[in-house]
Write a protein that binds this ligand. Structure first.
Ligand code: SF4
Ligand code: SF4
Length: 403
């Protein structure tokens, strides 16, 4: 197992994500025997980072993971969980819940945090995250009256949280705004994989964190299993280069080759996935330049990207103040597949920023060094959004998918 140093800790580069544990029936309760077998196998192989969340598996994940880990010495594993602020709104100075937390009765940061400690059966968390700081939740997290971050900083000060961070699907500029507001976060968790490197501008998010010296925890390295099964043509390219390796292992090897990455989380649903991941994360070699080039070709053949480099030259030209690079990133994402990332990108847009506001003046295209026909992209994107089914809150995490 590969380990990387974090302050005075030695943490396994492979971390176990506990939101896709095996279940007895689809969306049903955790299959405790099979899930326990996976966690115990990983621990025996040297994995020591275990990530969960308040509402994973309908609230079952935290107590289950805490119970399994409690058989081992407390200082031999690191537990990470998350504060569910992404499903809260502040109204009249009080917390209200939305989405899959509707009906939750706990109504203060303190009550939720204490409940989590008790559910996990621990008296401190090694790693604690604000869950999904994004354009829709940043105001809740920054609300001084509710004081979520202030309370959690106090818990860190008191030793009940060893390291405080946040997970995020936000745009790069939102991540920067949040880090400028509170500069003492110990780590940040982002969605990072070779496809989203371009598609969701994960490269820029990664760079922001590395530039600030903030360790990166990686989630969705395999894009929820999407990068474990590729089309025949692309699979053949990867198999020819490394016949003995699975398609999924390329996704893991990409992220583990990046300096600054502290932990790569994988939501393992089967023992076979766990075994394969242990093998991948025991190999210290990085992707070669040739292999990186191969992955770039894979991405190019998976999705016909509009080649926006986010240089922002077009922004000043737009009389409607449209966030053109962000809209093109959304267009690229929608051309690939309907993923939760689209939901997060859409809720980040105000009414004025919607592509339907484009008046097709063409001023932006004159500025674009890539020669992109921006008005045409805006028109297609506006139509794609109009054709989408009505948006609801994001679905709760789904168990039992591929690695
Ligand atoms: S064509 Fe649309 S996006 Fe481009 S500058 Fe005009 S209004 Fe803005
Ligand atoms: S000028 Fe072209 S490449 Fe640059 S951000 Fe605008 S659309 Fe993208």
């Amino acid at each position: 197992m590969i380990y990387r140093t974090f302050h005075d800790l030695s943490i396994s580069l492979l971390g176990m994500g506990n939101m896709r544990l095996p279940t007895t029936v689809e969306r049903g309760p955790i299959d405790e025997a099979r899930a326990r077998e996976i966690i115990e196998y990983l621990y025996a192989q040297g994995v020591n980072y275990f990530d969960t969340g308040y509402r994973y598996h309908n609230g079952e994940s935290e107590p289950f993971v805490g119970k399994v880990l409690s058989q081992y010495p407390r200082d031999s594993w690191y537990l990470a969980t998350k504060f569910p602020g992404h499903m809260m709104h502040v109204k009249d100075g009080k917390i209200e819940f939305a989405g899959y937390l509707t009906g939750l009765t706990l109504d203060s940061p303190q009550a939720i945090f204490e409940d989590q400690l008790s559910r996990c059966g621990v008296d401190y968390f090694d790693f604690y995250l604000l869950h999904n700081m994004c354009e829709a939740s940043i105001d809740t997290y920054m609300d001084e009256q509710i004081g979520i971050v202030r309370y959690l900083l106090e818990q860190r000060e008191a030793g009940r949280i060893r390291y405080l961070g946040f997970s995020t699907h936000a745009r790069p500029e939102t991540i920067e705004r949040f880090l400028d507001w509170e500069g003492s976060f110990d780590f940040v968790q982002i969605q990072l994989n070779y496809l989203d490197w371009t598609l969701q501008n994960a490269k820029r998010k990664y760079e922001i964190l590395v530039e600030r010296g903030i360790p990166v925890m990686v989630m969705e390295p395999c894009r929820g299993g999407r990068l474990a099964t590729l089309n025949d043509e692309v699979s053949a390219m990867l198999k020819e280069a490394r016949p003995d390796d699975s398609i999924a292992s390329w996704a893991f090897r990409f992220v583990k080759s990046l300096p600054g990455v502290q932990v790569v989380l994988s939501g393992m649903s089967t023992l076979d996935q766990a075994k394969e991941n242990v093998r991948t994360f025991s190999d210290p070699t990085s992707l070669s330049e040739e292999e990186n080039g191969l992955l770039e070709r894979v991405v190019a053949s998976l999705v016909d990207l509009v080649p926006c480099t986010a240089c922002e030259y077009c922004l000043e030209a737009c009389p409607m103040d449209l966030p053109i690079p962000n809209l093109i990133a959304l267009y690229n994402e929608m051309s690939f597949e309907r993923s939760p990332g689209i939901h997060f990108a859409l809720i980040a847009l105000s009414e004025e920023q919607m592509p339907s506001n484009c008046i097709a003046c063409g001023e932006c295209a004159k500025m674009c060094p890539q020669g992109i026909e921006i008005p045409e992209i805006m028109e297609r994107l506006a139509k794609a959004i109009a054709d989408m089914p009505q948006m609801g809150p994001p679905a709760p995490p789904q168990p039992a998918r591929t690695p």
